[in-house]
Design a protein around this ligand. Structure first.
Ligand SMILES: Nc1ncnc2c1ncn2[C@@H]1O[C@H](COP(=O)(O)OP(=O)(O)O)[C@@H](O)[C@H]1O
Ligand SMILES: [Mg+2]
Length: 265
């Protein structure tokens, strides 16, 4: 098991995503302090930590929505410049449109709640330059189907859908362009436990079938354990522990991780 989980790193020496020494303050609050993270092609990196530990801030940096005070960010893709934090706003938006997908905990951050669900997915394709109506419609339908969204509801606006269905629309939008990396910020937090399990099943199936590289943030160890190959544990903007999920949860080294794991048992 452990060997299998290590396989991506052994086979692929080069990380797909590399963040180095990222610092971010909001006024007096240090949201990220010297955070580094790497994600290898096809692997799922989990980020866990209590509320306020900096998880969402780190994901916003990975999504190039926000810039750090210091640090470097590289995606190992053809034609992509060396340090993404040095790009201007337009270049960052284009890079995001073509290579990065994101699902937020709050669907209002990711969707236009009163537009149709298929329209929300199509909008993503429009931003990336697709203009042919039939192609937009087909690709939106394919992405919704892959996200296990009921296609007879594709014209319904998210505002009329359940929380689980709204997350499926966000997921369809995020994967419509087959991004190099899929970022998930507490994608199932707040959903009923049974709905949460179904959405996690969809994510696992997508990961298995498409080998999508993912970064998943959760304060819930169960979600990280189910989804991730490796994990970084954050506290107050610092990475306190990092390693393979099995190792970190079975034999946590940092006192903070030990407390997190034992609180869950
Ligand atoms: N836009 C912002 N303005 C001010 N403070 C922020 C902002 N975003 C995050 N913070 C602060 O940074 C810290 C980390 O927040 P966040 O990344 O949202 O944590 P998490 O996702 O782990 O709960 C918190 O103290 C939070 O209040
Ligand atoms: Mg958060």
């Amino acid at each position: 098991m452990t060997l299998l989980r290590e396989a991506p790193r052994l086979v692929q020496a080069q990380p797909l995503l590399r963040m180095e020494r990222v610092h971010k303050r909001y006024g007096d609050v240090v949201a990220l302090e010297d955070v580094s993270a790497e994600v290898y092609p096809g692997e799922v990196l989990g980020i866990v930590g209590e509320s306020g530990s900096g998880k969402s801030t780190l994901l916003r940096m990975m999504n190039l929505e926000d810039l750090p005070d210091a640090g470097h960010y590289r995606l190992d893709l053809p034609g992509v410049p060396e340090d993404l934090f040095t790009l201007d706003g337009y270049a960052r938006r284009m890079l995001r449109a073509h290579h990065i997908g994101i699902v937020y905990q709050n669907p209002h951050l990711g969707l236009l709640m009163k537009n149709s669900s298929s329209g929300n997915v199509a909008e993503r394709l429009l931003i990336a330059g697709e203009r042919r109506f039939a192609v937009l419609r087909d690709k939106a339908r394919d992405a919704l189907a892959a996200s296990e969204f009921p296609l007879d509801r594709m014209d319904a606006p998210p505002v009329e859908l359940s929380g689980g269905m709204q997350q499926r629309v966000q997921l369809a939008k995020a994967i419509a362009l087959e991004p190099a990396v899929l970022l998930l910020d507490e994608p199932t937090t707040g959903l009923d436990v049974s709905v949460q399990a179904l959405v996690l099943d969809t994510l696992k199936r997508l990961q298995r079938e498409r080998r999508i590289t993912m970064v998943i943030v959760s304060h819930d160890l169960g979600v990280i354990r189910t989804m991730a190959d490796r994990v970084i544990v954050m506290r107050r903007g610092l990475v306190v522990e990092a390693g393979l999920v099995d190792q970190v949860f079975q034999d946590p080294q940092a006192a903070y991780t030990q407390a997190l794991v034992h609180a869950k048992l």
